[in-house]
Design a protein around this ligand. Structure first.
Ligand code: BMA
Length: 369
């Protein structure tokens, strides 16, 4: 791209972002964001009571199929006749130079699927279940690592090399015209829980914040990525103070997120606690003037035939979220969206038809307004 076009396509963003219902444009921060990324961020902040429905690995595989050029390619589309409006991907193992991610999705295929999803109008969000850089084991290995990958520490150089690899993947996400595809990047998620090496109990909040800022700065200042919209997402927390424990500051966060699953059937409840958590998210979003989203949810195998309109939708209604991301459809015992013939498929169609939910066709139309 010529320099003139590049200059035209970037804008400055600031820490006065937008809330669920606020169109205000960021102005007071020096970080540059591509025009397309800024536009999607702003659009998502102005949806009012409507929200996008997104699915993790929506087109990479499904419960009864694996990716191939000619087979079915999306469980959600097979159920309701439209693609989700958002797509989640995960780049765990990009740091190891593997050809596939931790869930066996080939990275070149992932790039292709991201480009296709973007050209259909979909929003892209990427998480990163990166291995533990100190032990060399998986993301769930909680050997203390954060303090040892900060600047000056013994594993810093190794970590920088890992970020370089993530950066080169992210930099290669371009549309047909060579413009960078906006990515809602959601690293080091669910830090309020203790299951990942970056989680609570395995580093101090200050170490976590330093890791976030260092990583973001490497991606933006060193690698000049202008397509990343940074999303901070905790797991379930009791209040806003707790939510903000690891918050690295407005400069390096563009969106507020929460991961909240229905893990319990009816035992611990879902709808009311989720509604309360989304109210908390809204409070933080308004305070920090940023849009907010339910960045992961689902009920594994969805054994409740009316879960979509009976439990999820009532919690999301009026919450002001920009999107909800349903987790992945891996196999019969580990999936979160329905597939044709699944007992919750009829109810998912009602969820699809609800006025609040936005899938791909509607999202494309909304963007043109
Ligand atoms: C978890 C599970 C794992 C998967 C990981 C990363 O929630 O679905 O099977 O490897 O996410 O996608």
């Amino acid at each position: 791209m010529c320099r003139f076009l590049f200059l035209l396509s970037i804008i400055l963003i600031g820490n006065s972002g937008c809330t669920g219902n606020n169109n205000e444009q960021n102005q007071d921060q020096s970080r540059i964001l591509s025009a397309e990324a800024a536009a999607v961020l702003q659009k998502l902040g102005s949806l009012g009571d409507r929200f996008l429905v997104a699915h993790q690995d929506a087109t990479s595989y499904g419960v009864k199929w694996n990716y191939s050029e000619i087979s079915r390619n999306c469980d959600i589309a097979d159920v309701c006749g439209d693609y989700p409006a958002g797509y989640g991907f995960d780049i765990g193992h990009i740091e190891l130079d593997h050809t596939c991610n931790l869930d066996s999705v080939d990275f070149s295929l992932m790039k292709k699927l991201i480009r296709e999803a973007h050209s259909r109008g979909g929003v892209i969000t990427i998480s990163w279940h990166l291995d533990n850089p100190v032990s060399g084991r998986q993301a769930w290995d909680t050997t203390r690592a954060v303090a040892r990958i900060l600047p000056g520490a013994d594993f810093y150089d190794k970590y920088v090399a890992w970020v370089d690899k993530a950066a080169s993947f992210l930099k290669d996400l371009k549309d047909d015209q060579g413009l960078p595809i906006p990515v809602f990047f959601r690293p080091f998620h669910e830090m309020s829980g203790g299951w990942f090496w970056w989680g609570a109990g395995h580093c101090t909040p200050d170490e976590y914040k330093a890791l976030w800022k260092e990583t973001a700065s490497l991606l933006v200042d060193k690698h000049h990525l202008t397509n990343l919209i940074f999303v901070y997402s905790t797991d379930k927390v009791p209040n806003a103070k707790k939510y903000l424990t690891w918050y690295p500051g407005d400069e390096w966060v563009d969106m507020i997120g929460l991961d909240f699953y229905d893990r319990s059937g009816t035992a611990f409840g879902y709808t009311d606690p989720l509604r309360a958590s989304l109210a908390l998210l809204r409070e933080v979003g308004i305070e920090h003037r940023k849009p907010y989203a339910l960045t992961e949810t689902g009920y594994e195998t969805i054994p409740d035939p009316e879960w979509w309109t009976g439990r999820l939708l009532p919690a999301l209604r009026g919450s002001g979220i920009a999107w909800v991301l349903i987790w992945r459809n891996d196999r019969p015992s580990h999936h979160y969206a329905p597939f044709p013939g699944h007992l919750s498929a009829p109810d998912f169609i009602k969820f699809f038809e609800a006025p609040e939910t936005v899938f791909e066709r509607e999202w494309t139309a909304l963007k043109q307004k």
